[in-house]
Ligand binder design. Structure first.
Ligand code: APR
Length: 172
């Protein structure tokens, strides 16, 4: 049984096997959580990312964590919110599934996700949390015992509360 919950944290401080980065297709860094991860990991991260780009929306790439406490960074590109009829939900769900597949292939036992697409990319937060929880629940059901710990990381308590509620709803 995977320990699946929402926590409030700066994701760059977490000593898990893999943290997920809400990247853009260039994989060369940016603002938000992407900027924080690149700053904390050091210059080696951008050099590791360069040959893995471009990364299309919904896909994911894995690198070492370099100076981060996390062993791996899984870079995924969330959809930009265009109103909801441009395939955003499927693309966001694919981010979670593809990131989890890469984690499992790397034998990671613990993984932490930020609130993908809910910052600069403008995805409505509650809807993004629901998709994250449902995609994750379905992946965990199909990959029993693959992971010990799966965290949704809110940068503030209100974001964490949305993901905690989405987990509860997805489990019921
Ligand atoms: N730890 C955890 N969560 C964080 C952190 C952090 N250190 N910093 C920011 N966040 C949260 C934000 O509060 C937001 O809820 O991550 C969530 C995602 O926001 P963004 O980082 O803006 O990501 P996204 O909406 O997916 O936009 C991606 O932003 O900077 C760029 O290069 C990135 O172009 C890409 C775009």
């Amino acid at each position: 049984m995977t320990d699946w919950r929402a926590v409030t944290a700066d994701i760059t401080t977490l000593a898990v096997d893999a943290i997920v980065n809400a990247a853009n297709g260039t994989l060369l860094g940016g603002g938000g959580v992407d900027g924080a991860i690149h700053r904390a990991a050091g210059r080696a991260l951008v050099e590791a990312c360069r040959p893995l780009a471009p990364c299309p929306t919904g896909e994911a790439r894995i690198t070492p964590g370099f100076r981060l406490p996390a062993a791996h960074v899984i870079h995924t590109v969330g959809p930009v919110w265009h109103g909801g009829s441009a395939g955003e939900a499927d693309l966001l769900a694919a981010c979670y599934r593809n990131s989890l597949d890469l984690a499992a292939n790397a034998a990671a036992r613990s993984i932490a996700f930020p609130a993908i697409s809910t910052g600069v990319y403008g995805y409505p937060k509650q809807e993004a949390a629901r998709i994250a929880a449902e995609a994750t629940r379905d992946w965990l059901a199909a990959h029993r015992d693959a992971l010990d710990t799966l965290l949704f990381v809110g940068f503030d308590a209100s974001s964490t509360a949305l993901y905690a509620a989405a987990i509860a709803a997805a489990e019921s």
